[in-house]
Unconditional design. Structure first.
Length: 228
C-alpha cells in the first residue's frame, strides 16, 4: 500500500523540480534600432535583477527567471521606460510595437494580445543648428535627420540617402569646427537643410553613433532609427 502512493508522489515532486526555469521575451520595435537596453525585475525574495541585453535592428531577445509573477521593466539606453509587463517562469512573451502602443502576448497572467498604451519616451527635440559663421536656426522636428561626424562618413550611401530625401532631410554634421564642416560639404551642391552641431550627443540623447538616420514626426516621436 505504501509503494502504491509513494510512486505518484515522487512523480509529482519530479515534475515540480523539472518545470520551466526561465521566462523568455522577444521585442520588435523599429524605433529601437541597435542599442543596449536595461531590464529590471524583482525576485520573490525581494532582490532586484538587472540585465543589459542589446537590441539589433529593432529586435531584442532576453531571458529571466522568477518562480512567481514579477513585474519586468525595460528601459532604453537614454533611460526612458520602453514597456513593463508581468512574467513568470514558463512564459514566452512576444511584444510588438505599433502606432497605438505595445501588443503583448504569451504572458500567463493576462489575455493574449493585450494592448498597452505607449510608455513615456524621450521625445526628439530639434537642437540649434549653426548654419553660418555667425548665425543659427531652430529646425522643425518633423523630417529625416541624417547625422555624420566626419567627411569620411559622408559616403555614397549616406549622400544618396540625403539626396533621395532632400525635401524632408536635415543634414547635420557633429563637429565644433566650422572649417571642418565647410570642407566636408563644399562640393555637395546642397539644396536641402544642412548645418553643423557642436554639442553632439549632449543635444541629441538618441545619438549613440554616426552615421545615423532618424525619421521624426511632428510631435517628436521617432518613427525610424537606421544606422547608415
Amino acid at each position: 500500500m505504501t509503494n502504491k502512493f509513494l510512486l505518484p508522489l515522487l512523480l509529482l515532486l519530479f515534475a515540480a523540480c523539472s518545470g520551466p526555469k526561465e521566462f523568455n521575451v522577444e521585442i520588435d520595435s523599429e524605433s529601437l534600432g541597435t542599442q543596449k537596453l536595461t531590464v529590471v525585475y524583482t525576485l520573490p525574495d525581494g532582490n532586484r535583477v538587472v540585465i543589459e541585453p542589446t537590441a539589433v535592428d529593432g529586435h531584442l531577445k532576453f531571458s529571466g527567471s522568477s518562480a512567481e509573477p514579477s513585474t519586468v521593466e525595460v528601459f532604453t539606453s537614454s533611460g526612458a521606460k520602453l514597456v513593463n509587463f508581468t512574467a513568470i517562469n514558463g512564459d514566452k512573451i512576444k511584444i510588438t510595437f505599433g502606432p497605438e502602443g505595445a501588443i503583448i502576448s504569451g504572458a500567463s497572467d493576462s489575455p493574449a494580445d493585450t494592448l498597452t498604451s505607449p510608455t513615456d519616451t524621450v521625445r526628439f527635440i530639434p537642437p540649434a543648428i549653426i548654419v553660418g559663421s555667425d548665425s543659427s536656426e531652430i529646425w522643425a522636428a518633423e523630417g529625416i535627420w541624417v547625422f555624420t561626424s566626419s567627411a569620411t562618413e559622408r559616403t555614397k550611401t549616406v549622400m544618396d540617402t540625403i539626396r533621395n530625401n532632400k525635401k524632408r532631410v536635415r543634414d547635420v554634421m557633429i563637429t565644433s569646427g566650422f572649417d571642418t564642416w565647410h570642407d566636408a560639404t563644399r562640393y555637395d551642391s546642397a539644396t536641402w537643410h544642412r548645418g553643423l552641431l557642436p554639442e553632439g550627443p549632449v543635444a541629441i540623447p538618441q545619438l549613440t553613433s554616426t552615421p545615423l538616420l532618424l525619421e521624426v514626426d511632428s510631435t517628436g516621436q521617432i518613427l525610424r532609427r537606421q544606422k547608415l
